[in-house]
Design a protein around this ligand. Structure first.
Ligand SMILES: [Zn+2]
Length: 195
């Protein structure tokens, strides 16, 4: 008679076999990781595909410096815009706060800030983003954004893109902070009156 423990083991072995559907475990792992990665447009769909179970999936910029940090933030959709978590001292926002001021509800994320936000249009023009997207008309913004970071171009071109994205992020974050801190404006106004 077999023990319940053994039976449990057999069951989990069977379900594992079903999961793998005949694939070797390492092949299944690589495939599943890549499928999950592509599905998550909000975080990891831009990361380079996994080739082997133990590869490092190195990013294009992976030094311990400022440009590499900024690159990783934008590539993993984690640029600190206040959508995935609150900016320090503020609430978390799922909608673009610049568009809200124009009575428009637009999802806040990196795609929106770099390619879509009307309030940032002049900056997008200046940094060549409007033209970049125009040349890819027909693609979804997620794909345009992915291409922008993964284009096979010289490093200095990609460095320029990192600077552009950082500049636009800086303006978005600081404008939002100013907009959402009315009390500070009042204090500044009062100080001006006292002078
Ligand atoms: Zn906007």
């Amino acid at each position: 008679m077999s023990s319940p423990q053994k039976f449990g083991y057999k069951q989990s072995h069977l379900s594992l076999e079903r999961l793998l559907s005949g694939m070797p475990l390492d092949e299944w792992y690589v495939k599943t990781t890549n499928r999950q990665k592509d599905l998550h447009v909000s975080s990891c769909y831009i990361l380079p595909p996994k080739i082997a179970p133990d590869d490092g999936r190195c990013l294009r910029f992976s030094d311990y410096d400022e440009p590499s940090r900024i690159y990783a933030e934008f590539v993993t959709m984690n640029a600190g815009l206040g959508n995935r978590g609150p900016m320090k001292g503020f609430k978390q926002h799922k909608w673009c706060q610049l568009c809200i001021k124009r009575n428009r509800k637009e999802k806040l994320n990196e795609h929106h800030i770099l390619f879509q936000c009307y309030s940032l249009r002049r900056l997008q023009n200046r940094h060549g983003l409007t033209e970049y997207a125009r040349n890819l008309a027909g693609l979804e913004v997620e794909q345009i954004y992915k291409k922008y970071w993964t284009d096979n171009l010289p490093s200095d071109v990609i460095s320029g893109r990192i600077e552009s994205a950082d500049a636009i992020r800086y303006v978005y974050i600081n404008t939002v902070k100013a907009l959402l801190r009315p009390q500070q404006k009042v204090i500044l106004k009062n100080l001006a009156i006292q002078k």
